[in-house]
Design a binder for this molecule. Structure first.
Ligand SMILES: [Zn+2]
Length: 222
């Protein structure tokens, strides 16, 4: 099963500025996962334009977790008419994350006018259904989206290719992260779409990646 045609992958490849990968699904509800930093949104806008899309086309913008390099751009998407959503704990966490946020962005934590909260279970967007997995450890309110029909996992900063999310930021918790990774390992994933770095295609390679990172970071008993 190759990459779904309706999935557009916008990796962040700059080595001088930190930002996340963004993913756009051209479905009946046009969905953007992790718009990234507000001041870097024009990069995403330019990349989407090459594929014939604009930010105004986005119906729904989701954040995998409440770090500014993933969620700050939601505010602009909201201004442009999209609905925006994250996990309830992610929004609550932002209030206690203000010092770190200011350090990372040079600005105060904004109020996110979230349209709805995403929680463990299913997110049905017209004819498309996404599994939602609560996966704390890297950040409170961290969620992963599993597009089961296409075998795609959007893993945010929980799991990367050959690495896992850091747990040293406020709200980080290594034990919770290990549990979250174990939860993701049970999924049948053909394409791993992490929040940073390369994607990984192929069931065998994705499975191997899960075993490798779990053993390497948490030991054989994890
Ligand atoms: Zn993060």
């Amino acid at each position: 099963m190759p990459k779904p045609e309706r999935l557009y992958i916008y990796p962040w490849e700059s080595y001088t500025e930190n930002n996340c990968n963004s993913y756009f699904i051209d479905g009946p509800v046009k969905t953007l996962i992790d718009p990234g930093h507000a001041h870097l949104l024009h990069h995403l806008e330019a990349r989407m334009a090459q594929d014939g899309f604009s930010l105004e086309d986005v119906h729904l913008a989701l954040a995998t977790h409440p770090h500014p390099d993933h969620c700050e751009g939601l505010l602009k998407l909201k201004e442009l008419g999209a609905l925006i959503a994250m996990h309830e704990e992610a929004l609550a966490f932002l209030k206690s994350f203000s010092a770190q946020w200011e350090y990372m962005t040079g600005r105060k934590v904004p109020d996110f006018p979230v349209d709805f909260f995403v929680k463990e279970g299913r997110l049905t967007l017209d004819s498309e259904v996404f599994g939602v997995l609560e996966t704390p450890g890297h950040a409170p309110g961290s969620i992963c989206f599993y597009w089961e029909k296409e075998g795609v996992l959007f893993s945010g900063d929980v799991v990367f290719v050959q690495s896992v999310g850091r747990v040293d930021l406020p709200g980080g918790n290594a034990a919770l992260l290990a549990r979250s990774i174990a939860k993701l390992m049970s999924l049948d994933v053909q394409l791993l779409c992490p929040g940073h770095g390369p994607t990984l295609e192929g069931r065998g390679d994705v499975k191997e990646n899960f075993y490798l990172i779990r053993q390497y970071f948490f030991g054989p008993q994890a």
